[in-house]
Design a protein around this ligand. Structure first.
Ligand code: TXA
Ligand code: MG
Length: 366
């Protein structure tokens, strides 16, 4: 297909003081209607000129993403908002002051200037100001808003390094700006300001508690709870068919998510490792530093995400951990659960999607 045999160049760019000449090269590609992979503080993005439908189309082709999934428009300053958004609700200014630049995406009524391709035909548009110096420099140099989804192939986990993006998009994009690992590691929080009550459509880099400190009536969608299926029999194979709202990341290796107290998770996961080892299955374990000793001699490949008491560490390491285990030649990933506070909500959301909505609990627990 179109764009599947381009030479992909990976260009190292200083994350704090981006070199002007390198940014200018990437910006020239954007202005000419091409796509470029660039770092943001959350994950790497696959960007194109948001105001040129033909450029935006290239994003969907490179990712293999269906046109029905709308994109986030990245801007460098608040002034650009007025060009894209028809009507700016009063809460926006408080939110912008508190969280921009940063990992918060706002859903707002769109102006006709925004191509329908960007918004999948919706009358709303998703906008954010990222806080990564390379992203900001690129948007400014391009002189246009940049539409960008995460720079992964459709249904794969988001990239938090340039190497992840290269693994997914090699031969499909001309340029990847490499500024090292992303600071936050999970995608931005998507907040809908067009519904009657401000609603979080995707938990992310800004926590619910932080948002409520600025906007007390922010709510989570009601469906969320009904979408989680509790599974008591840990012997069951992980089902691959994702539920309706869980059609995001599907790992190439099935993932089983365990929740409960630390003792309960450890007992259930060790029992599962034993069962599978007897069947000669190669098992990967995704845990925190606090769990490593428990699984050291279990025979499974152990990958730690940092301290469970530091969700920012776990978030930053999560997608790299999933990719590391995916490529390690194992057959199943067992993952521990994390507390749902602050960034923990986004961590649990991504893990639940990877687990197709199933949570394993210790069989003897209520
Ligand atoms: O951190 C991030 O948000 C990264 C970086 C690159 O900025 N981007 C990202 O984009 O994660 P993407 O396309 O992978 O996810 C965008 C999410 C999708 O869930 C999409 O459905 C939602 O935002 N979205 C975009 N426009 C929307 C709209 N008008 N209404 C509702 N949801 C929208
Ligand atoms: Mg994505």
């Amino acid at each position: 297909m179109l764009m599947s045999n381009i030479d992909t160049e990976v260009l190292a760019v200083d994350a704090i003081h981006p070199e002007i000449a390198k940014i200018e090269r990437a910006a020239a590609l954007i202005r000419s209607g091409e796509v470029v992979v660039f770092p943001t503080e959350t994950v790497y993005g696959l960007g194109a000129d948001a105001l040129k439908p033909r450029a935006v189309k290239r994003i969907f082709i490179a990712k293999g993403r269906p046109l029905s999934d709308p994109l986030i428009v990245h801007i460098a300053d608040e002034r650009a908002l007025a060009e894209l958004v028809a009507d700016i609700p009063v809460q926006v200014h408080q939110l912008v002051r508190a969280f921009w630049p940063g990992p918060l995406t706002l859903i707002l009524p769109r102006r006709p200037l925004v191509p329908a391709l960007v918004t999948a035909g919706l009358n709303t548009v998703a906008v954010r100001i990222p806080r990564h110096p390379v992203a900001l420099a690129l948007i400014r140099a391009a002189g246009t808003p940049i539409a960008a989804p995460s720079a992964n192939r459709f249904m794969h986990v988001s990239p938090t390094t340039a190497q992840h993006a290269l693994a997914d998009l090699n031969g499909r994009v001309p340029l990847i700006l490499d500024s090292g690992p992303c600071e936050v590691g999970v995608e931005s929080t998507v907040l809908d300001l067009c519904s009657t009550v401000p609603t979080i459509l995707r938990p992310g880099g800004v926590g619910l508690e932080e948002l409520r400190a600025v906007l007390p009536d922010v709510r989570l969608p009601l469906q969320e709870k009904n979408n989680v299926q509790r599974v008591d029999n840990a012997c069951l194979e992980a089902q691959r068919a994702p539920g309706q709202l869980l059609t995001h990341y599907a790992p190439t290796v099935p993932l089983l998510l365990f929740e409960g107290t630390l003792e309960e998770m450890h007992a259930a996961m060790l029992a599962e490792v034993r069962r599978r080892s007897e069947r000669r299955e190669r098992v990967g374990i995704l845990v925190a530093d606090e769990d490593v000793a428990t699984f050291q001699d279990s025979g499974a490949m152990v990958h730690t995400l940092g301290s469970a008491a530091a969700p920012e560490q776990v978030a930053a390491a999560l997608f790299a951990g999933l990719r590391a285990l995916e490529t390690a030649g194992i057959e199943v990933i067992l993952c521990r659960g994390f507390d749902e506070y602050g960034l923990g909500r986004a961590i649990r959301d991504r893990l639940l999607r990877a687990a197709a909505g199933k949570v394993f609990k210790h069989p003897h627990l209520p």
